[in-house]
Design a protein around this ligand. Structure first.
Ligand code: ZN
Length: 167
């Protein structure tokens, strides 16, 4: 049987590069902007662009629960607002709960799918930094490590509409 393996790193925040520490700090600050009245689980994300800019997002919940959006997707959605369309080098995600926690936070499945679509679109890997409030971090250099056998645009390109389809 084939086995899927992928490289990952464990680190402390203060062992990262100065630039990545800045990105994680921006994600931590973004948790303060979360709208999370239902879960009280405040998540912040920060995206590092190739030009050094850092964009942030926070989770935004809704009484109609599926209408809520995660911090990672909130941050990534703002990348398109930059006309030069800079590439995304990394994304960091962290959280703030009721008390300090050591467990790094992983992006949910939908966010992994979204990060991968950006990675595919730009043609270069996005590093994903999964952070905890106390500074424990796990990171991967390529977002595809987090979603093997993912669904992508290639599958849609191969779909052929029925001959008499009006679409
Ligand atoms: Zn998510």
């Amino acid at each position: 049987m084939e086995q899927f393996q992928f490289p990952f790193q464990q680190s402390l925040k203060n062992q990262l590069t100065a630039q990545m520490q800045q990105v994680v700090t921006a994600a931590e600050a973004a948790t303060e902007q979360a709208y999370a009245p239902y879960s009280r689980f405040k998540v912040g994300a920060a995206v590092l662009l190739e030009d050094g800019k850092i964009l942030t997002g926070a989770n935004h919940e809704n009484a109609s629960f599926p209408a809520g959006i995660c911090a990672e997707r909130a941050a990534l959605a703002t990348v398109n607002m930059h006309e030069e369309h800079p590439k995304v080098k990394a994304i960091a995600v962290t959280y703030k709960g009721e008390e300090a926690n050591e467990t790094p936070l992983s992006p949910c499945g939908i966010c992994r799918q979204t990060i991968l679509e950006v990675q595919q679109w730009q043609g270069s890997p996005i590093a994903v930094y999964m952070c905890s409030p106390n500074g424990n971090i796990i990171y991967v250099e390529d977002a595809s490590s987090l979603l093997p056998f993912y669904f992508g645009s290639k599958a849609l390109a191969e779909a052929t509409p029925p001959v008499n389809s009006p679409f």
